[in-house]
Design a protein around this ligand. Structure first.
Ligand SMILES: [Zn+2]
Length: 263
């Protein structure tokens, strides 16, 4: 396989993969997706995530964080558990964190507070952040405007916003855009946005088991399918897979400070 891709956001530690997780990792390698980053959800997912990353310490890398849809009254206790983990294990990012006002707005204030606190933790530990934004760009931008420092790096994962929002993310915060299977969907406006964005601001992801790209749309997503997303982005930028994989892989390696890849 010529190319070397990294799936920067995949939940293959989740129970959807309990029956064939090892096969899914092998499929990814065969498809040229050689490394995978695992975003955490909450205190209940850390063990299964670490079980997987410990099996592949050179290729699969864990993050730690509290997902906005898991933020409830007890969020401070959850955040304490995240900090306890950070004290004893190596993690490559604080994620996924952010604000989600699509599923539920009950804990809107708590979501904002948990997001802010996790940005502080990221800055303190010199880790990048992986942002989940759903119906919440304004709220997230407001927090970032308050918290932004040049040291804070990160990515808007599963980016589906407008060109204006993309430019703001790149120019004002120097964050990257995480592009997944949505870019292959019929009627998606994302190709027009991606076309205008320099590849140096883009990383690729699956968000498996969700959002499988065409021609696998509707199926359980897995890291090997990221090949289709990479090819679509190559088409949009009228370039080849080699260029896409070199640039986006470099972007991921730098953002998450991954160890050098041994070929
Ligand atoms: Zn995710």
């Amino acid at each position: 396989m010529e190319h070397y891709l990294i799936d920067s956001h995949s939940h293959i530690y989740s129970e959807e993969f309990d029956k064939d997780r090892m096969e899914v990792v092998q499929n990814a390698k065969k498809a040229g997706v050689k490394r995978i980053l695992l975003p955490n959800i909450d205190s209940t997912t850390v063990d299964s995530m670490l079980n997987l990353s410990r099996k592949y310490p050179h290729d699969i890398f864990p993050m730690i964080g509290l997902h906005p849809t898991s933020v409830e009254e007890d969020y401070l206790h959850e955040l304490q558990i995240m900090e306890d983990w950070l004290a004893k294990e190596k993690f490559y990012a604080i994620g996924e964190i952010g604000i989600d006002l699509y599923w539920d707005t009950t804990f809107r204030e708590e979501q904002i507070l948990a997001f802010e606190k996790q940005i502080d933790i990221a800055i303190q530990h010199q880790l990048p952040i992986v942002i989940h934004a759903r119906e919440s760009f304004d709220e997230i931008f407001e927090v970032l405007d308050r918290k932004n420092t040049p040291e804070l790096k990160g990515v808007f994962h599963s980016f589906t916003g407008s060109l204006e929002q993309a430019r703001k993310i790149i120019d004002e915060y120097q964050f990257l855009l995480g592009i997944n299977g949505i870019v292959t969907f019929k009627n998606s406006h994302l190709p027009e946005v991606v076309k205008e964005i320099d590849l140096k601001h883009i990383i690729l992801e699956t968000d498996a088991p969700y959002l499988a790209p065409v021609p696998k749309r509707g199926k359980r997503n897995e890291s090997s399918f990221m090949f289709y997303t990479a090819r679509k982005v190559a088409d949009i930028h009228q370039t080849d897979m080699k260029t896409i994989s070199e640039i986006t892989t470099d972007n991921v390696q730098q953002l998450f400070k991954l160890p050098d890849y041994e070929h």
